[in-house]
Write a protein that binds this ligand. Structure first.
Ligand code: FES
Ligand SMILES: [Fe+2]
Length: 346
C-alpha cells in the first residue's frame, strides 16, 4: 500500500512536542522524531540513525542537535551530521537523515512527507480551534487498528448513525435523509438533511431537552488524504439554524501503517454560554462511547475481515450511501497514481 505523500498530515497535537524533549511517532510507515528548537520552531527528522539504524528518539537533545544514543553522532535540524566523535572526526557524506517540513497550525503539528514543495497555504482551515476564536472546544485521540480509508468511509457515510449510534447521535428515521455529494477538485462535500426526525441524545442535550422532533443536518467536508470537518446540528422543524444547536466535529486521520491509523478529533461549539460541568462531562462520555465503543470495534473488525486482501478484490456490495466513500477512494487512487507518475518522470 502506498500513501499520498505530497500532502499535509497531522502528526500530533502541537503541545505533545515539548521544549527540550524528543517525541516519536510512526507516520506513513516511517518513524519520525520531533523536537522544538530553542525558539519553539518544530523539527521533524527520520527517526533512524544512518550508522546502525537506532531510533534517534532513543538519544538525547542537546540544544538544537540530536545525539544518537549508540555512538554519539550528532544531527542538526536540517538532518545534517554536525559531529562525529570518532577517529579524526571527519563526517561521511552519507551521514545525514531526512528532514521533513512541519508547521504548527490550529493547535496541531502538520507534516509534509513528500518530495514536492510544502505550501502551508494548503493546510485545511480549522480556525474554530484557534485560541481566541470564541469556540468552545474539546479534543481527543484514538488509535485505530485499520487502514485510514476504512475510517474515512465511516466519516463520509453518516447513514450509519441510524444504526451504530442509534439514540446517541442518530435515530431510525434519519436513514431517509436527503443526501448530496459534491466534488470540487479533490475536495468532497457530503451532506445529509433530515427534516422532522426524533432527536438523538447528544443533540437533545445540546438543544431543548424535551425529546421533541427536530430538523437535523450532517454536512461533512473532506480534504484528502485525511482531513474531515463536520458541521452538524438540529433546530425545531422549519426554523432557522440560528435558533438551533450545532457544532463542528473535527476528524483527522493519519496513517500510521497500512493497517493502523492515528485519529485526532475535536468538537467546537460556536461562541455562546458555557455548558455546566455536568453536561460537558456527559457529552464527553457520549462522544467517547460513540467513537471508542461503537465506531472503533466496527472499523477494527472490518480490517480483520479484509486481512491482506485488496478492498475492491473483495467485491463490496455498493449502496446509494456509498457515493461519498467511493468518490474518496477514487480520488485517493488518482492522487497516488499522479504522484507515482511524477516520481517516475524525475
Ligand atoms: S547507531 Fe547512531 S551513532 Fe551508531
Ligand atoms: Fe460513527
Amino acid at each position: 500500500m502506498s500513501f499520498v505523500k505530497n500532502a499535509w498530515y497531522v502528526a500530533c497535537w502541537s503541545d505533545e512536542v515539548k521544549a527540550g524533549e524528543l517525541f516519536t511517532r510512526t507516520l506513513l510507515d516511517e518513524r519520525v522524531v520531533f523536537y522544538r528548537r530553542p525558539d519553539g520552531t518544530p523539527v521533524a527528522l527520520r527517526d533512524r540513525c544512518p550508522h546502525r539504524f537506532i531510533p534517534l528518539s532513543m538519544g538525547r537533545l542537546r540544544d538544537d542537535v540530536v545525539e544518537c544514543a549508540y555512538h554519539g553522532l550528532q544531527f542538526d535540524s536540517s538532518g545534517a551530521c554536525v559531529r562525529n566523535p570518532h577517529g579524526d572526526g571527519r563526517i561521511p557524506a552519507a551521514a545525514r537523515v531526512q528532514a521533513y517540513t512541519v508547521h504548527d497550525r490550529h493547535g496541531m503539528l502538520w507534516i509534509w512527507m513528500g518530495e514536492a514543495a510544502a505550501d502551508p497555504a494548503l493546510i485545511p482551515d480549522y480556525g474554530m480551534l484557534d485560541e481566541g476564536s470564541g469556540y468552545r472546544t474539546s479534543r481527543g485521540r484514538l488509535h485505530i487498528n485499520a487502514n485510514y480509508e476504512l475510517m474515512g468511509e465511516n466519516l463520509l457515510d453518516l447513514s450509519h448513525i441510524s444504526f451504530l449510534h442509534e439514540g446517541l447521535l442518530g435515530s431510525p428515521e434519519q436513514v431517509h435523509a436527503k443526501q448530496e455529494v459534491v466534488q470540487d477538485g479533490d475536495r468532497l462535500q457530503c451532506n445529509r438533511w433530515m427534516p422532522n426526525v426524533s432527536v438523538p441524545g447528544v443533540f437533545d442535550m445540546l438543544f431543548r431537552r424535551d425529546g421533541q422532533p427536530v430538523d437535523m443536518w450532517t454536512n461533512m467536508r473532506w480534504d484528502p488524504p485525511g482531513c474531515f470537518l463536520l458541521d452538524t446540528g438540529v433546530h425545531a422543524p422549519g426554523e432557522s439554524r440560528e435558533r438551533g444547536a450545532w457544532y463542528y466535529g473535527i476528524h483527522i486521520l493519519t496513517p500510521e501503517t497500512a493497517r493502523t491509523t492515528h485519529y485526532h478529533f475535536a468538537a467546537a461549539r460556536p461562541p455562546g454560554p458555557e455548558l455546566d460541568p455536568e453536561t460537558n462531562a456527559r457529552l464527553a462520555e457520549m462522544r467517547r462511547i460513540a467513537f471508542e465503543d461503537q465506531d472503533k470495534p466496527i472499523i477494527d473488525a472490518q480490517q480483520d475481515a479484509l486481512g491482506e486482501n485488496d478492498f475492491w478484490d473483495m467485491k463490496p456490495v455498493l449502496l446509494n450511501v456509498d457515493l461519498g466513500p467511493v468518490r474518496m477512494r477514487h480520488t485517493l487512487e488518482r492522487l497516488r497514481k499522479a504522484e507515482a507518475a511524477a516520481a517516475q518522470a524525475r
